[in-house]
Design a protein around this ligand. Structure first.
Ligand code: TYM
Length: 326
């Protein structure tokens, strides 16, 4: 059984990219692997967020995990800040990482751009992410394509630490799916669907009512041709719709293309598939919101189990670096 770890930032509205690139696969992997899933609230503090919004978003995200099929009896589901070892190991790894390699992270450049004030945690964020992963002796990290560079850094830090201080960490591997790893904005199909940069029309939220989902797909940007073909370079809009349909139904985007004679038909099929995929999640979410004790209970148990795995790893790293035990 592989040890699996992954995390999602708490934003009240997870979107179709989060679902197809990450959450859907978390549910699949909990059946066969030893999985740890984390709502990474400390990461959300790297950008401005009000305390009330963060509190609510953390609970909502946990409820969405459960609604999507994450089963606390089959995996460990917890909130990052409930396990103090994450912040503690992050410091040790900051003493392993270099300023230059953090400056090279493309997400730092993207998210920092145009802001008057950039929090220093936005720069060190990938180190905290490495700590998240390394604490659990993780073999596999299911993520979307935008986390590739961060995972590479986590691997480099693990290898550097092991080389400097002796074998301490398992070197993790990214598990990025071939289909669904980069869902694009429906209005700007050359940009990824993203909570922070997509317009409401370009993004499908897990909480969108079916009529909104249908309308957003109907208005999705395609091109002036008529042929339905999977061609990422020349037909990004059409290819994105094919990819969404494939990821939602378990098919292959290129093989699906000949089945459609118009863009309208493809848009309808993609909308129907996503509506069907989200319907049970929305129903279960409504039940969970009405009964918040279930979510709180699951998170409390999850934090205990996570801590039991994380504590010995932190202790190992502290000893290796020469810190005295208390
Ligand atoms: P976050 O919260 O931005 O995204 C959560 C997951 O969703 C994937 N994703 C997408 N996949 C396909 N298409 C898209 N348009 C799309 N947008 C987002 C992301 O790749 C991710 O898998 N730094 C991470 C959270 C994190 C983490 C970790 C992940 C913190 N510690 C440790 C793995 C392991 C982040 O901000 O993801």
């Amino acid at each position: 059984m592989a040890r699996v770890f992954s995390g999602i930032q708490p934003s009240g509205t997870l979107h179709l990219g989060n679902y197809l690139g990450a959450l859907q696969r978390f549910v699949q992997r909990q059946e066969v692997d030893d999985a740890y899933y984390c709502i990474v609230d400390l990461h959300a503090l790297t950008l401005e967020i009000s305390p009330d919004v963060l509190r609510q978003a953390t609970l909502d995200t946990a409820a969405l995990f459960l609604a999507a099929g994450i089963d606390p009896d089959r995996c460990v589901l917890f909130v990052q800040s409930h396990v103090a070892e994450h912040a503690q190991l992050a410091w040790l790894l900051e003493c392993t990482a270099s300023y230059g390699e953090l400056l090279r992270m493309t997400q730092f450049k993207d998210k920092g751009q145009g802001r008057e004030q950039v929090r220093s945690s936005l720069l060190t964020y990938p180190v905290l992410m490495a700590a998240d992963v390394l604490l659990y002796d993780t073999d596999m990290v299911p993520v979307g394509d935008d986390q590739r560079q961060h995972l590479e850094l986590a691997r480099n830090l693990a290898e550097r630490f092991n080389h400097r201080y002796g074998e301490t960490f398992v070197v993790p591997e990214a598990d990025i799916p071939e289909i669904g790893a980069r869902i694009m904005d429906l209005q700007l199909p050359t940009k990824k669907m993203s909570k922070s940069t997509s317009s409401p029309q370009g993004l499908i939220a897990l909480s969108d009512p079916p009529a909104d989902i249908e309308r957003k797909f109907r208005r999705a940007v395609t091109d002036s041709e008529t042929e339905v073909r999977y061609d990422l370079e020349h037909k990004p809009g059409v290819s994105n719709l094919l990819e969404i349909l494939a990821a939602a139904t378990g098919g292959d985007p290129a093989a699906l293309a000949p089945g459609f004679s118009s863009y309208g038909q493809l848009k309808q099929a993609a909308a129907d598939a996503v509506i069907e995929l989200f319907a049970p999640v929305r129903a279960r979410y409504a039940e969970l919101v009405a009964d918040p004790g279930v979510v709180a209970d699951a998170l409390r148990k999850g934090a205990e189990k996570a801590e039991a795995t994380a504590a010995p790893t932190l202790a190992r790293a502290q000893r290796a670096m020469g810190l005295l035990s208390a």
